[in-house]
Design a protein around this ligand. Structure first.
Ligand SMILES: Nc1nc2c(ncn2[C@@H]2O[C@H](COP(=O)(O)OP(=O)(O)OP(=O)(O)O)[C@@H](O)[C@H]2O)c(=O)[nH]1
Ligand SMILES: [Mg+2]
Length: 261
């Protein structure tokens, strides 16, 4: 079987954290050739759908992506799942203070070997993070992590690109702060499978108003595949609305399964 860097797929499937870390470094350094990538795809395609679920989380800086990620980690851990997290910052090659802060925030899961958190950089990778990240999500899937949550920083073009390689994209918004749909960057609204309006604890009326705006814009531009992205109001801080969000994730997963069958 092909290797990821120095590591065989069989060893990687054993899920040992040190091997996973090493394999991810090989991905970042561009050491995974086409044959290995094909072998990884072959391995993953045998897995049942819920053993290779990938969730993307995007949205403006400070909107609450990392807080929400931490909440989702806990929910999936409670369900006995192994959770992988990739924090991706396409704008900087060196992972900066923000990502470090995220790691500390997710610290309650640090000693839990069933949670693997990694800040991604595209060190030597030709094609950058939009190539390295999808491969990294697959490496985590081989190692038994599902879901793999990909959090991006910001909502630029490379984030949109990264989100094309996950199964379900959450676009996190918050009421006020000029974060209405008019100011959302082109392309990002289209990529959302689920809209998450966070920080509703601060402004519930604003959150409801934003939900109406999104629903109205969806009536104007319908998706070609028939999926109408639900709009879920949450507070990651107070952990409210989370079961609705998990229901929406399940619905979208089932929808995907029904159209690819
Ligand atoms: N009131 C309130 N504050 C929140 C909520 N979710 C997150 N915050 C706060 O918003 C700030 C930013 O949260 P993060 O989770 O770091 O946001 P982020 O989107 O990951 O930020 P970047 O990674 O820097 O783009 C923190 O101070 C959080 O405590 C929420 O539901 N309600
Ligand atoms: Mg963050």
């Amino acid at each position: 079987m092909a290797d990821v860097g120095e590591i065989s797929l069989a060893a990687l499937a054993g899920g040992e954290m040190e091997l996973v870390a090493e394999a991810l470094s090989a991905v970042e350094d561009g050491q995974v050739d086409a044959a290995a990538a094909t072998a990884i795809d072959g391995f993953i395609n045998q897995l049942p759908a819920d053993a290779r679920q990938r969730i993307g989380i995007t949205g403006s800086p400070g909107v609450g992506k990392s807080t929400l990620t931490a909440v989702l980690i806990k929910e999936f851990r409670d369900r006995g799942r192994k959770v992988g997290v990739l924090a991706v910052d396409p704008s900087s090659v060196i992972s900066g203070g923000a990502l470090l802060g995220d790691r500390i925030r997710m610290h309650e899961h640090y000693r839990d070997s069933s949670v693997f958190i990694r800040s991604m950089s595209a060190r030597g990778h030709l094609g950058g993070l939009s190539v390295a990240t999808p491969l990294a999500t697959k490496v985590l899937a081989v190692a038994g992590y599902s879901p793999v949550i990909v959090e991006t920083v910001g909502v630029g073009q490379s984030e949109v690109e990264v989100m094309h390689h996950v199964d379900t994209t959450l676009l996190v918004l918050s009421p006020g702060a000029g974060d209405d749909i008019q100011s959302a960057k082109a392309g990002i609204m289209e990529v959302a499978d689920i809209f998450v309006i966070n920080k509703s604890d601060r402004d519930l009326a604003g959150a409801q108003k934003l939900r109406q705006e999104i629903i109205r814009s969806q009536e104007i531009s319908k998706r070609t595949n028939g999926w109408v992205a639900p709009v879920v109001i949450v507070s990651a801080l107070e952990r409210s609305g989370i079961s609705e969000l998990l229901d929406a994730l399940t619905d979208h997963q089932q929808f995907r399964a029904s159209i690819t069958r």
